[in-house]
Design a protein around this ligand. Sequence first.
Ligand code: UDP
Ligand code: MG
Length: 313
Amino acid sequence: MLPPKLAIISPCYNEEDILPDTIPTLCRLLNMLIEEKCIDKQSYIVFIDDGSLDKTYQILKENTSPQIKALKLSTNKGHQYALLAGLHFTTNKVDCVISIDADLQDDLNVIPQMIKQYENGAHIVCGVRTNRDTDTFFKRKTARIFYHFMHQMGVTLIENHADFRLLSNKALIEILKYKESNLFLRGLFPLINMRLETIEYTQKDRKKGQTKYGLRKMMSLAISGITSFSSAPIRMITGIGLLLFLVTMALSFHVLVVYVKGDVVPGWASISLPMYFLGGVQLLSLGIIGEYVAKIYKETKRRPYYHIEDILE
Ligand code: UDP
Ligand code: MG
């Protein structure tokens, strides 16, 4: 069997600090794999500049070769969409793709194993982190809550798998059939039900540059993940509403009894507390419903995912 043709996809957003390290490291890896006949000699790397404001694209431009291609998105669309641009770009051009972050926190040494799994028939090979100590305490805790919540809602996710994965071209074609505007890629892979393997690795510290996933982007990804895959939060609202209705019924009964007995106490707390509570619950519920309405609004517009300003190949 001929070795597979591979494309390594790496989204970058303001990565001028680390790209001068990343480019030669990935090139070395590619050439090593080619020499060892693990992959076809026409394999390549695609960097997707996700609308960076620094010298990211300039650095990519200075380094293009038949082995290094680059796409420039005209504006910052976020990691998931930058990755999607790379997936679209490589579909049907290669046998398999591996997506990896530009900061090289993921372990390159497992890539040969990923390719081996692919050759053994796997369509999706997910890199799973065995450690999270490179993350902040806050990120670790919120990630745990997120996975727990998703699991409770019946969404299958591979825990501690981010976006370091191999996809066969066949899996890629199937994934790209999901046309949703609210993209949460890692939630889609279990849905296509093709052979999926996992490989464990230890994640390293980011050597240069800062994390590009601030609190806002992280929250947005989590909300996207939850609302794209489950309507459980809306059902939860119905549940809370029902419960409150029952409580109110019981309370009304109590009020009636007190009224009939005639010992009405001019209570401030008993009025204002439920008022605040109910106001809060209503606002929260509206917020959750609003989140879904906003999704529907976004989906119906069918706007393009990203805009490609330039391609270097
Ligand atoms: N990234 C991107 N667009 C963004 C944010 C991040 O393309 O809007 C890229 C970033 O350049 C990196 C990858 O996504 O290659 C993961 O980001 P980062 O390492 O900052 O996240 P962390 O590892 O801290 O979760
Ligand atoms: Mg990182």
